[in-house]
Design a protein around this ligand. Structure first.
Ligand code: AMP
Length: 272
């Protein structure tokens, strides 16, 4: 039986919890993380909290899709134990909560395009960790830089929480599921599917031995041809998010782009 709660009480603190944080507008990507959580055989707790502090753009916050009733139905049908729906004043009480400043990786890519974003993310995740005291937490690889910074925070603050990573859940055309996809028309979804196809093209070129610069250039052309408005397309070493060097084994190709003015992010792993 799923319990919907607004505060964390001693009953929850007495359980070993696998925590899955979300901002709602639940889709199969979120639910795939729930399935991973359930495999731990711990009690699963999904939070839905639209965290104002991680939005650097007011309109983006105001337009973020909210579908609470449907969210609760989806989560119940997947057998989540607790759905946590906190009020803003519970997460951010007047006495304040510690702000968590990201390490330097927080200022590139998403951090460069969205100043303050990762400080907002880490601050709320740390606050939620502090309230819920989970033993495990599941995050999606869709937000690869966020995942990197959360693991870094767990290390830096010496938190005793195991971070579990969920693969990116895509639709049949390859478009990574995202709450923001709800703002896309059917046509735009087809255009947006070219984001993943472009990433795959770049990965293929790199595997064929083309230089990173040339491969990325091809990717940029592919975005342009499909009339996708690129914010960034960059390759990093998965270990540290630095530009890869000759010792790099696992790379990540990350992108942010606009389709119908909706900002979408995606990434792909490249093994060399
Ligand atoms: P959000 O509600 O966007 O804050 O996302 C909550 C969690 O779901 C984060 O850990 C995201 O990385 C993850 N997530 C979002 N979209 C996907 C997806 N398509 N596949 C896997 N995980 C996802």
């Amino acid at each position: 039986m799923t319990k919907v709660i607004n505060t964390i009480n001693d009953d929850i603190l007495s359980e070993n919890i696998c925590f899955i944080p979300t901002m709602g507008a639940i889709h199969e990507g979120h639910l795939s993380l729930v399935d991973i959580g359930k495999e731990t055989n711990l009690k699963t707790l999904v939070s839905i909290f639209l965290n104002r502090r991680q939005f650097n753009n007011d309109d983006d916050f105001k337009n973020y899709p909210i579908e609470l009733e449907q969210d609760i139905e989806f989560l119940k049908s997947r057998g989540v134990d607790f759905i946590f729906l906190p009020q803003e004043s519970y997460i951010y009480p007047s006495e304040g909560v510690p702000s968590i400043v990201p390490s330097k990786v927080g200022s590139i890519l998403e951090g460069a395009s969205r100043p303050g974003h990762f400080e907002g993310v880490l601050t709320v995740v740390n606050r939620l960790f502090d309230l819920i005291k989970p033993s495990h937490a599941v995050f999606g690889k869709k937000d690869a830089q966020q995942l990197f910074l959360i693991k870094d925070m767990v290390n830096r603050l010496d938190l005793n929480i195991e971070i579990i990573e969920g693969e990116i859940f895509r639709d049949i055309n390859g478009l990574a599921l995202s709450s923001r996809n709800k703002h896309l028309s059917q046509d735009a979804k087809l255009i947006a599917a070219n984001i993943f196809k472009s990433l795959q093209k770049v990965a293929k070129e790199i595997n064929l031995g083309k230089s990173f610069e040339e491969s990325v250039e091809l990717g940029i052309n592919s975005f342009n041809q499909n009339e996708i408005d690129l914010d960034y397309l960059e390759i990093v070493d998965e270990e540290n998010f630095n530009y890869p060097n000759k010792y790099s084994k696992k790379l990540k190709l990350l992108t942010a782009a606009y389709v119908e003015n909706v900002r979408l992010i995606d990434n792909i792993d490249i093994e060399i």
